[in-house]
Design a protein around this ligand. Structure first.
Ligand code: PLP
Length: 387
């Protein structure tokens, strides 16, 4: 048979899935592996989806998405961050941030363009750059710096081919929230070298130790920033598949062009559910965030008590403890922990070389399970040290 697409064939399958597959075969597993809320979508939002079905909203919407939803998203960004996006020409509803990321990169890149990707980072960033014809260029971040992106390190990676910088904050897998100053330095760099910024802000609502900075609102950033957001995390809506892009009109227009041919529109009933999610007060989101924060405190404290060094995660719902004191690499640690104690975590190395020496634990898990996981991790560390 003829050769299949080289870029896709060269892309390894997600390292996260491999651990899920092993865990799925085992009994009594506590999974801290999944990056999704353990809450069900708030009832009134589900009800809006049910009602949308009852009313027969089973058709396509306009390509860019329901005007009402775009208006609500832009109004929400304006209220929350002072952002200024036109729902008519600068906002597009996507099937999750996953599609938004893909569209952004396809619109920005020509073959061979380089995209600087600070790592450890979300597993889709590098493959999506490559699928869009670009070349991902990793730059490290260090846990000693709270995984803040260092503009000098980024500057050193810039070449004449560099087209964009892709960042996620709050971050998966580290839970790091980029300090405003770090983002401002990136914007200055982008201005200096005429680069785009792709900002994945899917966890913007999930911050615990300080506020989130919306990149598109920083001086000089707006015209070169593609902002990605969605409903999956804060509204516990992963399965509904709704997200959005806000970007300057020229970028948004081309994103709609790709979207209209490849996706047509995001699911109609999901868009109507998302309208409901943004229409009422934020009580449910606030309650979920408060709950994540409670779990975060208990879990991080517990990890530290087992002897693992754990940087304070300021956002998202991941702890990213150092497991260096165990003497194991992250893959071995995760595999042995799973087999010995039936606790699934994700090796930090799957998120990039700077993730080595860490494991990602999702605390979007019920508190009693987190407490039991801590007991098991402690037992595992003691028996590993004894053995
Ligand atoms: N970006 C980050 C950083 C994520 O962690 C995830 C999902 O885990 C996504 C994007 C994908 O989100 P969506 O469900 O909106 O496609």
């Amino acid at each position: 048979m003829r050769e299949l697409n080289k870029v896709i064939a060269a892309c390894p399958p997600s390292g996260i899935r491999r651990f899920f597959d092993i865990a799925a075969e085992m009994d009594d597993v506590i999974s801290l592996g999944v990056g999704e809320p353990d809450f069900v979508t708030p009832w009134r939002v589900r009800e809006a989806g049910i009602y949308a079905l009852e009313q027969g909203y089973t058709t396509y919407t306009s390509n860019a998405g329901l005007p009402q939803l775009r208006e609500l998203i832009c109004a929400d960004l304006a209220k929350r961050y002072g952002a200024d996006y036109d729902p008519g020409g600068e906002c597009l509803i996507t099937t999750g941030v996953s599609e938004g990321l893909d569209l952004a990169l396809r619109v920005l890149l020509n073959p061979g363009d380089e995209v600087i990707v600070p790592e450890p980072c979300y597993v889709a960033y590098e493959p999506c750059v490559a699928f869009a014809g670009g070349t991902p260029v990793r730059v490290p971040t260090r846990w000693e710096d709270g995984f803040a992106v260092d503009a000098e390190v980024v500057a050193a990676a810039i070449t004449p081919r560099t087209k964009a910088i892709l960042i996620g904050s709050p971050a998966n897998p580290t839970g790091a929230v980029q300090p405003r100053a770090a983002l401002e330095a990136l914007v200055r760099l982008a201005e200096e070298h005429d680069l785009y910024l792709v900002s994945d802000e899917i966890y913007d609502r999930l911050t615990y130790t300080g506020g989130h900075t919306c990149l598109g609102t920083l001086p000089g950033a707006r015209e070169r920033t593609v902002l990605l957001g969605g409903f999956s995390k804060a509204h516990a809506m992963t399965g509904w598949r709704v997200g959005w892009i806000c970007a300057p009109a020229a970028v948004a227009e081309l994103a709609v062009r790709v979207h209209q041919y490849t996706m047509l529109c995001a699911p109609h009933i999901s868009q109507l559910a998302a309208v409901e999610a943004l229409s009422a007060p934020d009580d449910e989101v606030d309650a979920m965030v408060a709950d994540y924060d409670r779990r975060r405190r208990v879990f991080v404290k517990g990890l530290r008590e087992t002897g693992l060094d754990c940087p304070e995660p300021g956002g998202a719902f991941y702890a990213f403890p150092s497991i260096r004191s165990s003497g194991m690499d992250s893959e071995t640690f995760a595999e042995r922990l799973l087999h010995a104690e039936h606790v699934a975590v994700v090796p930090g190395s799957v998120f990039g070389p700077s993730g080595e020496g860490h494991v990602r634990c999702s605390y979007a898990t019920a508190l009693p399970l987190l407490e039991e996981a801590l007991v098991r991790i402690d037992r595992f560390l003691r028996s590993s040290a004894a053995g």
